[in-house]
Design a protein. Structure first.
Length: 294
């Protein structure tokens, strides 16, 4: 079997990509800015370098698993050989919002604005991932009965395993922080403030006022602990919600804009495009349209 072969499943109704699995032995796939209309999970077996995603830059290394939502910008910069496996799937094939109770990866692997978009793969998870990948290859190579159902089941196990791993590692990091560095309480207060107010408060100063701290001081804390500015955190949270509304509801763009605190639909559309490289309508047309009643 060719180790670099690509296995692709297309949607028979649209002809668009539903699921793709491929191995890579260099960085040709990811050395330029990616803005895909599907989810991407990239397991790096070997290689290290810089991951540029959204407004931030992160170091990556061997056995890191990277995860990106539709139209989330990213690229990998490395000076050495990069090897691994990529798993890509369209929301119409598997919607993480609709299956949240089953896989709980939304807000953990994907759309997690407060943590780096990767997780360290240990030996136990690696064994599970390898087994799943081989099973998925066999399913995609031989189109047997209930192929879609089988592939979705394997994908769920993959995402659940990765999500559990990330949660576990974050809990371990939190314990370490509590014991050694004591993460500032204001960070959780900022998260709570953003979650409770991002639809009505859009400026860094708004949150500094809420937390009774200077904008400059709050900015230093967020850059240190989140590797982002307050403005970028707020923008990412608004975009995550906008994407969810565009995919799961049939609301007009104007209505979504208003609910997110933008009275000017065109200003909101420019803001959305600046952060995703596509307009809200193009996002809806290319990512899909799930509808909340599904």
């Amino acid at each position: 079997m060719d180790t670099t072969a690509a296995y692709t499943l297309t949607d028979p109704a649209t002809g668009n990509l539903a699921l793709k699995l491929f191995s890579f032995e260099n960085n040709n796939h990811f050395d330029h800015l990616q803005r895909n209309n599907y989810y991407s999970v990239i397991w790096l077996h070997k290689g290290s370098g810089k991951l540029k995603s959204d407004f931030s830059s992160y170091d990556f290394e061997d056995n890191n698993l990277l995860a990106f939502a539709p139209y989330q910008p990213f690229m990998l910069c490395t000076t050495q050989q990069l090897t691994g496996v990529a798993l890509q799937f369209h929301p119409d094939f598997f919607c993480i919002h609709m299956h949240h109770k089953e896989v709980s990866c939304n807000g953990v692997l994907f759309n997690n604005i407060y943590q780096a978009p990767y997780v360290k793969v240990d030996s136990s998870a690696a064994s599970t991932f390898n087994m799943i990948i081989e099973q998925m290859k066999m399913e995609m190579k031989h189109k047997d009965l209930a192929q879609y159902d089988a592939l979705i089941s394997y994908l769920k196990i993959f995402l659940v395993t990765a999500s559990r791993l990330k949660i576990q590692q974050q809990e371990e990091l939190t314990v370490l922080s509590d014991n050694q560095y004591k993460e500032p309480v204001i960070l959780q207060q900022l998260k709570d403030a953003i979650e409770g107010n991002f639809k009505v408060k859009h400026s860094a100063g708004d949150y500094a006022d809420l937390l009774n701290i200077s904008t400059k001081a709050l900015g230093r804390i967020t850059r240190t602990h989140f590797n982002k500015t307050i403005t970028h955190l707020i923008a990412e949270r608004i975009i995550v919600e906008a994407k969810r509304e565009l995919y799961l509801t049939n609301k007009a763009v104007k209505e979504i804009a208003y609910e997110l605190g933008y009275e000017d639909e065109f200003y909101f559309s420019r803001f959305f495009k600046a952060n995703t490289d596509v307009s809200p309508q193009v996002f809806r047309n290319t990512v899909g349209f799930g509808r909340a009643d599904s």
